[in-house]
Design a protein around this ligand. Structure first.
Ligand code: NAP
Ligand code: MG
Length: 497
């Protein structure tokens, strides 16, 4: 059984920013209210953070509008914009240890994950888009008649950005990178569970020389601060990552002002292992696919389809590695898995584990809480899962794997696609033709072949079906932050007077 190592409280980064960041100023909420962010490893409070609401969003939008309509940011040389984004990255790298500790304190993820995965990916993303800043341009178009017709790509305006708690620093980078490169200004709301690193990054952006008002951060709750961003007529576009339920609310509320929307939502991603796969690699992929960031990944490989002939032997490998996974103190360098982010998520996941047992699936390993303090859950594998069970259909967002058997490929594809989600998928096989065939037939925005969770800032990411719309990362990730303007010029010489 997974055991909890005692959680140390010594590794405490300094909490420097807890107020709202509006127009380059650190200010309390107009209401004077604060909310508490907790350490999910100890259930203890970390800090009181200013709780923004409609009045604060109003001020933030005013600052972002002014910075967009009259400020230097969209007007400066594009290359200079790119340099400032690079400078922000230099500052992030200079205090990577402090930032990693802050991320792990607030979110609970192992400090090694913050330091070696999340922050390097965030920097990669910001630098990637810094490089785009001076490469965004239109084209000339050969229309009929004596005209010069060309397009310009212009920033969409003020971007409202609402992010979740699972990878806070990385989500900031995914949102700020393309928006800043395009010349937009920003009003961001971090998740209530994890506001601290977003605020720290705002401070670093200011230190880097990004002009005041370009980035505004308003921590607070979704239905107040978040909804105010969605409804505000001064915001041109909303980028949201989170749950489908919240996305539905946002879509309805954004309709009044016809805002542009991009959504990156959940998944129930199929991870498919054929009998000819490299067993060790596939088992490692199944492990990381479900347990990374203890399942709190939109692209978690939570449905493991295993070909009949290898099912038992393969499951044994996955169960064995689950049993050995080290769960505990995020600040212990040996820890592989920290707590879930909060009590609500912990309770939701434990509810799914109960539902799995009730519906007749077999819990092959895990299924329980780890320790008595903190929101730690054992790596959990269910076998004998049927497609109709809740644990096979719904996003659990926790370290809970559902194993399904298959024998026929056509039937497998049908089952893998029989979900309202379509974010990611993976296939493990040595047969090249089959790998590409299955990749083509899976209805998902990302398909990994003989790998899992390979992210790169240059590779677009996003969902088919109810996993969202629009793409983040890569060149595609710029599109939602750009308008296209067509300019048509008559080339007829001026006639007489
Ligand atoms: P959520 O409600 O979708 O939260 C995501 C963000 O949206 C947070 O900043 C949240 O603020 C904000 N928000 C909530 N209601 C809003 C509204 N009416 N208008 C505008 N913004 C609003 O997700 P959650 O409650 O944290 O997690 C629930 C489930 O969502 C998870 O179990 C998981 O299945 C899924 N999820 C998916 C992702 C992903 O990466 N795709 C990430 C997180 C969660 P608050 O901080 O106040 O909630
Ligand atoms: Mg927290």
């Amino acid at each position: 059984m997974a055991t909890a190592t005692p959680v140390r409280t010594a590794a405490r980064p300094q909490i420097r920013q807890t107020q709202l960041f509006i127009g380059g100023q650190w200010v309390p909420a107009r209401s004077g209210k604060t909310f508490v962010t907790i350490n999910p490893a100890t259930e203890e409070p970390i800090a009181d953070v200013a709780e923004g609401d409609a009045a604060d969003v109003e001020a933030a939008v005013r600052a972002a509008r002014e910075a967009f309509d009259n400020g230097p940011w969209p007007r400066m040389d594009a290359r200079a914009r790119g340099r400032l984004i690079h400078r922000l990255c230099d500052l992030i790298e200079a205090e990577i240890d402090e930032l990693a500790a802050l991320e792990s304190l607030d979110n609970g993820k192992p400090v090694n994950d913050s330091r070696l995965i999340d922050i390097p990916l965030a920097v990669q993303c910001l630098r990637y888009y810094a490089g785009w800043a001076d490469k965004i341009h239109g084209s000339t178009i050969p229309i009929d008649g004596n005209y010069l017709c060309y397009t310009r790509r212009e920033p969409v305006g003020v971007a409202g950005q609402i992010i979740p708690w699972n990878v806070p620093i990385l989500m900031v980078a995914w949102k700020w990178g393309p928006a800043l490169a395009a010349g937009c200004t920003i009003v961001m709301k971090p998740a209530e569970q994890t506001p601290l690193t977003c605020l720290r990054l705002a401070r670093l952006a200011q230190k880097a020389g990004i002009p005041d008002g370009v980035i505004n951060v308003v921590p607070g709750y979704g239905p107040t601060a978040g909804a105010s961003i969605v409804k505000h007529p001064g915001i041109d576009k909303v980028a949201f990552t989170g749950s489908g339920e919240t996305a539905q609310i946002i879509m309805r509320q954004a309709s009044d002002t016809l805002k542009r929307l991009t959504f990156e939502l959940g998944g129930k991603s199929p991870n498919i292992v054929f009998a000819d796969a490299d067993m060790a690699a596939a088992a490692a992929g199944a492990h990381v696919g479900i347990y990374l960031n203890p399942g709190q990944c939109c692209c978690a490989g939570s449905r493991l389809f295993v070909e009949d002939s290898i099912h038992d032997a393969f499951v044994e490998r996955v169960v064995e590695s689950s049993r050995k996974r080290r769960v505990g103190d995020p600040f212990d360098p040996a820890t592989e898995q920290g707590p879930q982010v909060d009590k609500a998520q912990f309770d939701k996941i434990m509810g799914y584990i109960e539902a799995g047992k009730r519906e007749g699936a077999r819990c092959a390993v895990g299924g329980g809480r780890v320790g008595a303090r903190g929101y730690f859950i054992e790596p959990t594998v269910f076998t004998h899962v049927e497609d109709g069970m809740a644990i096979a259909r719904e996003e659990i967002f926790g370290p809970v794997l559902s194993v399904l058997r298959f024998s026929d490929v056509d039937d497998l594809i049908r089952r893998a696609n029989a979900t309202s989600f379509g974010l990611a998928a993976a296939v493990w096989t040595r047969d090249v033709a089959r790998a590409h065939d299955v990749a083509r037939r899976l209805r998902a925005g990302t398909v990994w072949v003989n790998c899992y969770d390979v992210f790169d800032a240059a590779a677009p990411f996003g969902g088919f079906k109810q996993s969202g719309f629009g793409r983040e990362l890569g060149e595609r990730g710029l599109d939602p932050y750009l308008e296209s303007k067509t300019v048509t010029v008559s080339l007829d010489p001026p006639r007489g007077r």
